[in-house]
Design a protein around this ligand. Structure first.
Ligand code: QUE
Length: 353
């Protein structure tokens, strides 16, 4: 029995079925639930079983960590493998993760994620494709890959472009802005953009969870859904984002930014570009532009896999992960250092081959 307890505690993902709810709990709190292949494979297996199990009416995804939902993929482990030339293991991790993302995106049952704290990268991939994305006042979400020499992934390059939310329309300009700037979305930003579907105060998450298991998601939302205190800062930049970022290539976004007359917006964007990898920025715009026109999430994931696998084989990924996640010195030296030196057409052509 003691052995059992230890095994339970060490399991990186906990799962059970209670009263028609298949519950997945991310349980790697020391790494802020950053996902590895074992975790992805457990989640995938449960999703497959529950899809065809009539006793499961809805899927609930939560975290056991006080600090939040999920900080991303375990890119540090992938960095270590890439450093040893073991690129195929990283390729395999991402292939498995993206297959899970696609399964979530096409799942025939409600998938409810409770986001109470950090949600970045892979955390967005495991939550935002589902039908219900519930956020608390402690939630924030971001795609921070520009800082580590990588590209946005987990289907975000299409999903963020398709989100309607409170603004009422889909916008690939918004997706480009969010990914290029690594903008940290507040709960109000998430609701406005369409990343989140509902707001529930953190203090009610426990009771909310109990009720959604006992009586279903609609009854629980009826009782606990509210509105965040703060307004969306992102919404204030709406016109500028559309004016500057609704372009197919980074060179054109840069030109539009230079001519833009809202000085506060221009300065904010420049501040967010500090520390980003020029190759990642140029490649990400090509990627998001292609994905926004992709026929489905699966095609966008395929584009992301091609682009991501290519970038992981360059020194920028090593350098970015070192500077941000290992040494935490935030002093990455990326090559090339200027946007003009990055061959946008070469990255674009990766996606048509
Ligand atoms: C880009 C990323 C990640 C990131 C930071 C980036 C990422 C990730 C983490 C992370 C953060 C805290 C942890 C941890 C991992 O940070 O994918 O284990 O404790 O997992 O700029 O893609």
């Amino acid at each position: 029995m003691v052995c059992n307890t230890i095994a339970m505690n060490e399991s990186l993902v906990l799962s059970n079925i209670t009263h028609g709810t298949g519950h997945i709990e991310l349980n790697r709190p020391k790494a802020l639930n950053s996902l590895n292949q074992a975790m992805v494979d457990i989640v995938s297996q449960e999703l497959q079983q529950w899809e065809h199990d009539d006793s499961v009416q809805q899927v609930l995804i939560t975290s056991t960590s006080e600090k939040g939902f999920c900080a991303g993929g375990d890119v540090r482990a992938i960095h270590d493998l890439d450093a040893q030339g073991e690129h195929e293991q990283g390729d395999e991790y991402f292939a498995h993760e993206y297959r899970m993302n696609n399964h979530l995106a096409s799942y025939p049952k409600p998938i409810i994620s409770l986001i109470d704290g950090v949600c970045m990268g892979g955390g967005i991939g495991i939550s935002a494709h589902g039908s219900h994305r519930i956020v608390s006042e402690r939630a924030f979400a971001s795609m921070p890959e520009m800082l580590i020499g990588f590209v946005p992934d987990v289907g975000s390059t299409k999903m963020l472009s398709d989100m309607v939310g409170q603004k009422g329309y889909a916008s690939s300009a918004l997706a480009k802005f969010l990914c290029i700037s690594a903008w940290r979305m507040s709960p109000a930003d998430m609701l406005w953009a369409g990343f989140a579907t509902h707001f529930v105060p953190s203090e009610h998450f426990e009771a909310f969870t109990q009720q959604l298991i006992a009586e279903g998601i609609d009854a629980a939302l009826e009782r606990y859904a509210g509105v965040p205190d703060q307004e969306s800062e992102l919404a204030r930049y709406e016109d500028s984002i559309q004016a500057v970022f609704d372009q197919p290539h980074w060179s054109e976004i840069e030109a539009a930014l230079q001519q833009h007359d809202d000085e506060a917006f221009v300065q904010m964007v420049h501040k967010h570009l500090q520390g980003t990898c020029p190759t990642s920025v140029v490649a990400a715009v090509e990627l998001i532009h292609a994905s926004a026109q992709a026929k489905d999430i699966r095609q966008a994931l395929d584009y992301e896999l091609i682009m991501g696998n290519a970038l992981r084989r360059t020194p920028n990924f090593q350098e970015g992960v070192r500077a941000v996640l290992i040494d935490k010195t935030k002093d990455a030296h990326f090559e090339p250092q200027s946007y003009e030196q990055v061959d946008a057409a070469a990255y674009r052509s990766l996606l048509s081959s």
